[in-house]
Design a protein around this ligand. Structure first.
Ligand SMILES: [Zn+2]
Length: 370
């Protein structure tokens, strides 16, 4: 019997994004709002100016992309794969698969801003060669060129990202440095707390100056910092546990030759939503609730389970770290993880199991703290 292959989490794609290229094997995506933003810029700066502005913005986003590639390529040196890079109107995001160690995270986080530092130095060189240095800027009346614009953009990108607060790269550098001396969850709380404080100050300035842009930046910084804190705290509850600790061992399976009518009855009989599909000892796939619903409406109650089941499923061993469940439950694919011991199905882990486990660990930690 062949051992089932775990399906990679990388098949899901973030919603509202368009894949525009693949660089170093990494899919590059653009969020739909970014295209809206470009359209808006070219409309408000109508006539010939609009085209120039659109060009400026595209050039800046090439720099943002190079920044993200800096993160991704250094991560790759440490064996950490990048799932994809998405460009949003407010910047770029490189999503790493897996969790780098603190020392690795430090270098990965620094790599992005360093790309902008190098680009700034190169741009200063170009300015001196083609425009005779900064003197043309001092005149005031002269037009700002693409070179000037890009230099300002890169210096801003480097400085802004080095602010030592989550979710900026500087926050990751700070977290990584702190994590060398204290537990990671604590380090994240400190770096995230600074981020939330900073967001508050920027938001306050935004309100006083009536600047929508500053208020938006404050909002995104606050959101990013809060998400990082909660995901790290959740992870810290999973650390040191295995799949066997959280999996359910009492669950029902369904035969591949059973009818959808039987599957529908099993769905109503208990609280289980997803059923491993078996034939003898072999697991062939998984039957999810939506497979049953769709199958019933397309093929009717007498159709076979095998014809509508999902053939790809996630499989791990009971000793696998529970933390790895995070990578196995991407947003678009909530199907349960099946746990095999020597090719025998012994357990199942659903998103619900995982969140219950976190809830219980949280409660235990609180009672110990009291
Ligand atoms: Zn960065």
């Amino acid at each position: 019997m062949s051992h089932p292959q775990p399906t990679a989490a990388s098949t899901s794609r973030p919603p509202w994004t368009i894949r525009v290229a693949t660089v170093f094997g990494i899919p590059i995506r653009i969020h739909a709002t970014f295209l809206l933003f470009l359209a808006w810029v070219s409309v408000i700066n109508s006539s010939a100016n609009g085209i120039a502005w659109t060009l400026f913005i595209v050039a800046v986003f090439v720099c943002v992309l190079l920044h993200e590639l800096g993160h991704a390529l250094v991560a790759r040196r440490f064996g950490v794969h990048t799932k994809d890079i998405t460009l949003y109107p407010i910047g770029g995001v490189a999503v790493l698969e897996g969790r780098p160690k603190p020392k690795q995270e430090l270098w990965i986080a620094l790599a992005g801003p360093m790309v902008n530092v190098v680009l700034s130095v190169v741009l200063v060189g170009f300015l001196f060669v083609f425009e005779g240095g900064f003197s043309h800027l001092m005149g005031g009346a002269q037009k700002i060129t693409l070179l000037d614009f890009l230099l300002v953009a890169n210096v801003t990108l480097a400085l802004f990202n080095l602010i030592p607060a989550f979710p900026m790269d500087g926050g990751r550098v700070l977290r990584a440095a702190l994590a060398m001396a204290m537990p990671e969850a604590r380090a994240t709380q400190i770096a995230g707390g600074i981020g939330q404080g900073l967001a508050f100050v920027i938001g306050l300035i935004g309100v006083l100056q009536q600047s929508i842009v500053l208020m938006l930046i404050a909002f995104f910084i606050f959101l990013g910092a809060s998400q990082e804190i909660s995901s790290t705290v959740t992870r810290s509850f999973l650390q040191g546990h295995t799949m066997a600790d959280a999996m359910q061992t009492r669950f029902r399976t369904i035969m591949s030759g059973d009818s959808l009518e039987r599957a529908a009855n099993m769905l109503l009989d208990g609280s289980q939503h997803d059923f491993p599909v078996i034939n003898g000892d072999e697991v062939l796939g998984i039957l999810m609730r939506n497979n049953i619903v769709q199958g019933l409406s397309m093929d009717g109650p007498s159709a076979y389970v095998a014809s509508v089941m999902q053939r790809e499923f996630k499989s791990v061993s009971p000793d696998a770290p529970l933390e790895s469940a995070f990578e196995l439950f991407p947003q678009a694919d909530p199907s349960p993880i099946l746990i095999f011991k020597e090719d025998r199905l012994i357990g199942m882990l659903t998103l619900e199991n995982l969140s219950e486990f976190v809830m219980l660990e949280h409660a235990k930690a609180r009672s110990i703290g009291r």
